[in-house]
Structure formats: structure tokens, C-alpha cells
Design a protein around this ligand. Structure first.
Ligand SMILES: *Cc1c(COP(=O)(O)O)cnc(C)c1O
Length: 386
């Protein structure tokens, strides 16, 4: 029985190998490993893709968040409101600049920042909010931006999982003041190592991030401010430019897979991902919720199907954030999702046959009859992917 992974980076590389190998060979031949021309070329291409005025490539998604907070002057004594249902880097960046993360609950349908909880968490110390477009689902940016404007907060979007998603027709990353992207290999747009980017419409913020990522320097040994060593690597930029050319097609494939999952599970007793009317998600992950999560994961594993849990321990209950003094029960929706969520295989190269195996294994677990997935896919083809 062939195994079905959660993501399959080898399948992707094998399809674009000539293009990638050529781009890498060019960098190797030129030996322009640090800030080679491929870096600016990718920044221009990614800015255009996002419809952003400026893009600054950095060393990782975590660096994108930390440098953005630093560039906005956020530090000691400041509070930054964000979610506990996210990868820990969102909060670590806040801690790294000396500010305090304030964790709020998520919406029970989209699992993204609940604007009502944001409103309740604002204090005189609040300086910024970081909504996370988790799983590729955009957060409710209309409500979040309105509250941020009312309270004078910076809006930093954590778009690490949402390249190309949009809210009310506008791409994520351009809805707040600053957008932060990760190109970690498993992300929708992934490098072959660590990489990230900051996008913004604000030339001043872009310029500060540009200085910060490269030791605060303008000239070779002239350092205007204290910065970081967080440049985007030239080899990674070359990989990213090749992959960016495929991203729209890959997103379309993810949307078709998500629609097929949803159509195949509607009769089952589980919680399917909720999509807000203004949202056009990009399905970094397809996440279902059920109180029988662990048993379902074991059933799928017994059939060679990998699953994931994103994320099993909310940040406010992590030992690293024990100093916040929050206990179990503080964020009920977050805690329920952490206990019940299961990520199913989701990557553009997942074949119809593979997906049919996943679907029928899930249906079997809930005692539902198998679907004739080929016929089912035909019947649902042509429906919008989200
Ligand atoms: C991946 C990720 C990050 C961190 O990105 P790295 O490139 O791994 O540093 C931050 N936030 C979220 C939501 C992520 O998924």
C-alpha cells in the first residue's frame, strides 16, 4: 500500500526540476551568493504578485515579523495583540523585540482572530495587532482594520500560510500596514531552506526593514542603525522566482482539492472549514475538527495516510509562555480547536486517486458508505474552488 504524505515536496521538485536546476546553476556560476541580482528580481516579482508597493526579502518568516515590529518602533512596555492558535513564531517575534504578546481567542468558524476579542483586549499599552491568516484562511480584515483605526494600532498581517489569498478582493499582506510572509519549504510558496519577506505600501517602513535585515548598513562598513543578519539568500531567491511562476496553478489545484474534500464530507458528523463570504482562501492546510480526532488519525495512519495537528498546544498553554499566567479555559475556542483539529493531506500534486483514498478512509471511520470518487469529482468539477 502506497503511503500518502501530508505534503510531498519531492513530487513538486520532480515536476519543475529543469527550471530549478537551471536557476541554481546560474547563481553558482556567478558566485553572487549574498544579495545577488536574483534577490531584487524576486522582490519585484513578489511585490507585483501581492499588488504591494514594496517587498523586502529577509531570512525567514520569523525575521519578517520581528523586523517589522522593530521597524514600527514596537518594544519594551508595548502590548501586541495576537492569537494563541498559531505557530509560535508569531508570538516569539513580539517577545524578541521586548514587547508583550496579548493572546485573544479565535472565531469558531474560521479559526482566525476574533474581532470581538480584539476589541475587548485593547489597553492604553496596545500598539499593534497581528492577525494570522491561518491555514490560508484570511482573517476578518474589515473588522480588524476598523478596530485598529479606532484605537491607533499598527496592523501587521502574518500571511506566512496565505500567499495569494484575498479578503474582499484584496490580497493578504496589503490589507494592513505591513504583511509578513514565510517561504519555509512546506509553505504554499516554499524555498529550499529558510526565507521570508515583508511587503508594505509604506516606503519608509520598507526602507527601515531593508536596513535592519543587513546589519543596519547603507554602505559596506557604514552602519546607520543596529540591525540583524537576516538577508534573503540568493539561492533561495532564485528558487522562489521559479516557483512563483507556478503559484497560481498550484493554488487552483489546492482549491479544487478543498472543494472535493468539502463536497465529500458534508454528510459526516464533523466540522468542516468555514469560509467567510469575503474570503478567498488558498488552503495551505485542509483542517477538519472532531472530538474523535486522535482515533481518526490512528485509523488513517493504519491505511498509510499521514495527517497533522496544527497546533496541538495553544501558545498560552506552552511552557515558553507560562509567564503570561494564563490557564486552561482562558481561550475556550482556541483550546477546543487544538483538541479537535486534524490536517488532511493537501498539496497541489495530490492525485484524484490518492484523494479518493483519503476521503473513503475518513468516511469509513464515520461508518458512511464509500463514494465513487471519480464520478463524484466529475459531478463537482466546475464549481468554484472555495
Ligand atoms: C511558518 C510560520 C511562521 C514562521 O515562518 P518561518 O519562515 O518558519 O520563520 C510564522 N507564522 C506562521 C503562522 C507560520 O505558519
Amino acid at each position: 500500500m502506497q503511503k500518502i504524505p501530508l505534503v510531498d515536496l519531492q513530487a513538486q521538485y520532480s515536476r519543475i526540476r529543469p527550471e530549478i536546476d537551471h536557476a541554481l546553476a546560474e547563481v553558482l556560476a556567478s558566485a553572487a551568493f549574498i544579495m545577488g541580482p536574483q534577490v531584487a528580481a524576486f522582490e519585484d516579482a513578489f511585490a507585483a504578485f501581492c499588488g504591494a508597493g514594496h517587498c523586502v526579502g529577509v531570512g525567514s518568516g520569523t525575521a519578517a515579523l520581528e523586523l517589522s515590529l522593530h521597524a514600527l518602533g514596537i518594544g519594551r512596555g508595548d502590548e501586541v495583540i495576537t492569537v494563541a492558535h498559531t505557530f509560535i513564531a508569531t508570538a516569539e517575534a513580539i517577545s524578541a523585540v521586548g514587547a508583550k504578546p496579548i493572546f485573544v481567542d479565535v472565531d469558531p468558524h474560521t479559526y482566525t482572530l476574533d474581532p470581538g476579542a480584539l476589541a475587548a483586549a485593547v489597553t492604553s499599552q496596545s500598539r499593534a495587532v497581528i492577525p494570522v491568516h491561518l491555514y490560508g484562511q484570511p482573517a476578518d480584515m474589515t473588522a480588524i482594520n476598523a478596530l485598529a483605526a479606532q484605537h491607533g494600532l499598527w496592523v501587521i498581517e502574518d500571511a506566512a500560510q496565505a500567499h495569494g489569498a484575498s479578503w474582499a478582493g484584496r490580497p493578504v499582506g496589503t490589507l494592513g500596514h505591513v504583511g509578513c510572509f514565510s517561504f519555509y519549504p512546506g509553505k504554499n510558496l516554499g524555498a529550499y531552506g529558510d526565507a521570508g519577506a515583508v511587503v508594505t505600501a509604506d516606503a519608509q517602513i520598507a526602507e527601515t526593514v531593508r536596513l535592519l535585515r543587513n546589519h543596519g548598513r547603507r554602505a559596506k562598513y557604514e552602519h546607520e542603525i543596529k540591525g540583524y543578519g537576516e538577508r534573503l539568500d540568493t539561492l533561495q531567491a532564485a528558487v522562489l522566482s521559479v516557483k512563483l511562476g507556478h503559484l497560481r496553478a498550484w493554488t487552483a489545484a489546492r482549491r479544487a482539492l478543498a472543494a472535493t474534500y468539502t463536497n465529500s464530507f458534508v454528510d459526516l458528523d464533523l466540522t468542516l472549514p468555514g469560509v467567510a463570504p469575503d474570503a478567498a482562501p488558498v488552503w495551505h492546510l485542509y483542517v477538519i475538527c472532531t472530538p474523535q480526532r486522535d482515533a481518526l488519525a490512528r485509523h488513517l495512519a493504519s491505511q498509510g495516510i499521514a495527517t497533522g495537528v496544527h497546533y496541538p498546544i495553544p501558545l498560552h498553554l506552552q511552557p515558553a509562555y507560562a509567564d503570561m499566567g494564563l490557564r486552561a479555559g482562558a481561550l475556550p475556542v482556541t483550546e477546543r480547536v487544538a483538541a479537535q483539529c486534524l490536517s488532511l493531506p493537501m498539496y497541489p500534486e495530490l492525485s484524484q486517486t490518492q484523494q479518493a483514498r483519503v476521503i473513503n478512509a475518513v468516511r469509513e471511520f464515520f461508518g458512511a458508505p464509500h463514494l465513487d470518487c471519480a464520478a463524484h469529482v466529475m459531478a463537482t468539477a466546475g464549481k468554484p474552488g472555495d
